[in-house]
Write a protein that binds this ligand. Structure first.
Ligand code: ATP
Length: 513
């Protein structure tokens, strides 16, 4: 099945099974804003819990905060967002559609990568075992030509971005003959800068209301609380502050479902370190964060790092962790070495001294910062995409199953009486009453057992427990495992232990040590 079709099916599945709904749907929706349904909110909460506990339980020098969305407007002046939080946009005059100029060029680069990968894949098939990929890429004329073109475009693009050269960005789009996917034409406007922050008014206009911004990242709430937390928590460097919360960006190109939203959620951690030690910590967090992702068991080959060509004005190193979505490898998380830029700026703009006295060095300095920043919604999308499978079963039957990492699954187990009589519902209820304190447990008695299994597969429930007449005699039940569909007979008294081993977030945390 084409990847586009797979993605459409995933989006439809997310709606049909109560994971994600379009915001304001009965009013025809609001673009790039989404609501999470009954199963979505559970999955999302489990993702947040995994992140939060991995930060605050596993690191004794990381604490959390929850800062307000509204902040003093000068904060955004100090952080550079008022002046520089822009995207370069370009319009197609025929379709009247607006695009991000940098994204159009990145897509063109990705096309080169795809072509190169196709050639390599063909050759790999032809040469089999003896295939030397590096040698082939260096010597095959068709591939070397593609690589040279890609690299030249890449260099030109990086330079234009670094120089903030909007005319050059437009020229690249023209030279590469990039067309608008809607109109198919190359009738492009100039490239302009567009600020992504949402504004609103605080206080009544009669008093002279103040313009405030909806925060475009949660990080600044951490920086402006650095002193509060350091002093009241008696924190010693190196230490970190973690936060989960909403962020808002007036994205120009809002496509691909919850990948790019105008209201979304971030999980950010700022780690304050001694100046000069930032590269060591950057490497530490880069490695640690990838381990966090891989511990979910969604496939190590689905992740890759992407080091940044264009560093933000405040950064001295940056990398993304990308995940293979149905529409290609895409950024899920950023790890940035932000130097002492943010704290120094807030010191300058607030006039307050923001420093750390290091008792070991016997000197004061402005700490350097390593940031890890991940979008909850993108993480959610990566989990959903890698879990979705349409399976052909023996006997021509089909099922749609979500192979969710068990600790993230919205429902952990479903208890199903085989029939609605003979005391089976009562016995099943007893089991629910035992399990519900530790696991999200569903009770279902409607429809055939096969249909009930399918419904649980479709929302990714790791275990189904079937209660039958034998249960009344010997206290055993049938335990069905979602992925293998294997059924085993176990004592009801064993259920808690068996389920817990598989579904607890604890088991994930233990993998990280
Ligand atoms: P992009 O290049 O895709 O716009 P970014 O580099 O601007 O992302 P950051 O500012 O580094 O993103 O934000 C950190 C994380 O927040 C991203 O890795 C992503 O997971 C998430 N994120 C950023 N913008 C959005 C958005 N519009 N919708 C959903 N998640 C987002």
């Amino acid at each position: 099945m084409a990847q586009d079709d797979v993605f459409k099916k995933i989006v439809a599945h997310a709606k049909e099974y109560g994971f994600v709904f379009q915001s304001s749907e009965i009013y025809d929706g609001l673009a790039a804003v989404y609501d999470y349904g009954q199963n979505g909110v559970e999955l999302k909460n489990n993702i947040k819990r995994y992140w939060w506990e991995s930060m605050t339980l596993l690191h004794e020098n990381i604490v959390g905060i929850d800062s307000a969305i509204f902040m003093h407007p000068t904060i955004w002046k100090a952080s550079g967002h008022v002046d520089a939080f822009n995207d370069p946009l370009i319009d197609n005059r025929d379709s009247k559609k607006r695009y991000r100029a940098d994204v159009l060029i990145e897509e063109q680069l990705a096309k080169f990568d795809e072509k190169i990968e196709k050639e390599v894949a063909k050759a790999r098939k032809r040469f089999g075992e003896s295939f030397d990929e590096e040698l082939y890429k260096k010597t095959n004329p068709r591939v070397t030509e593609l690589v040279a073109k890609r690299d030249a475009l890449h260099d030109r693009f990086s330079k234009a971005l670094n120089d903030n050269n909007l005319d050059e960005l437009r020229q690249i789009i023209l030279d590469e003959e990039i067309v608008c996917p809607i109109s198919g034409t190359r009738n492009w406007t100039e490239v302009r800068q567009f600020n992504l922050m949402f504004k609103t008014e605080m206080g009544s206009t009669a008093d002279g209301a103040m313009t405030v911004f909806l925060r475009p990242e949660t990080a600044q709430g951490i920086f402006v609380n650095y002193l509060n937390v350091q002093k009241t928590g008696r924190m010693r460097i190196p230490f970190g502050i973690a936060q989960i919360g909403k962020a808002f960006r007036n994205e120009i190109v809002a496509r691909q479902f919850i990948f790019r939203m105008r209201e979304f959620e971030q999980m950010e951690m700022q780690f304050f370190v001694r100046p000069g030690s930032e590269m060591e910590w950057f490497r530490y967090w880069k490695e640690w964060r990838l381990r966090w992702h891989k511990a979910l068991g969604m496939g190590d080959e689905k992740y890759r790092y992407h080091d940044h060509d264009k560093l933000a004005h405040y950064a001295n190193a940056a990398t993304d962790i990308e995940f293979e979505m149905p529409f290609g490898f895409k950024e899920v998380e950023g790890i940035h070495s932000r130097t002492n830029f943010d704290l120094s700026q807030h010191e300058k703009f607030s006039g307050k001294k923001i420093q750390y006295f290091d008792p070991e060095l016997n000197e004061s300095y402005t700490p350097y910062v390593i940031e890890t920043s991940i979008g909850v919604d993108r993480m959610f999308l990566s989990v959903l995409c890698s879990s979705y499978e349409e399976q052909e079963l023996e006997g021509g039957d089909k099922r749609v199953v979500l192979h969710l990492p068990a600790p993230l699954a919205p429902v952990k187990c479903a208890v199903l009486p085989l029939v609605k009589k003979d005391g089976l519902p009562e016995a099943a209820r007893e089991i629910v009453n035992d399990l519900k304190f530790d696991f999200t447990t569903h009770y279902e008695e409607k429809d055939t057992i096969g249909k009930r299994y399918r419904r649980q597969d479709a929302i990714g429930t790791p275990f189904c427990i079937t209660v039958d007449h034998q249960t009344l005699e010997d206290g055993t039940v049938t335990l069905r495992e979602r992925d293998s569909m294997e059924q085993t007979r176990v004592a009801a008294s064993e259920l808690h232990r068996i389920i817990s081993q598989k579904v607890s977030i604890n088991s994930l945390l233990r993998k990280l040590g």
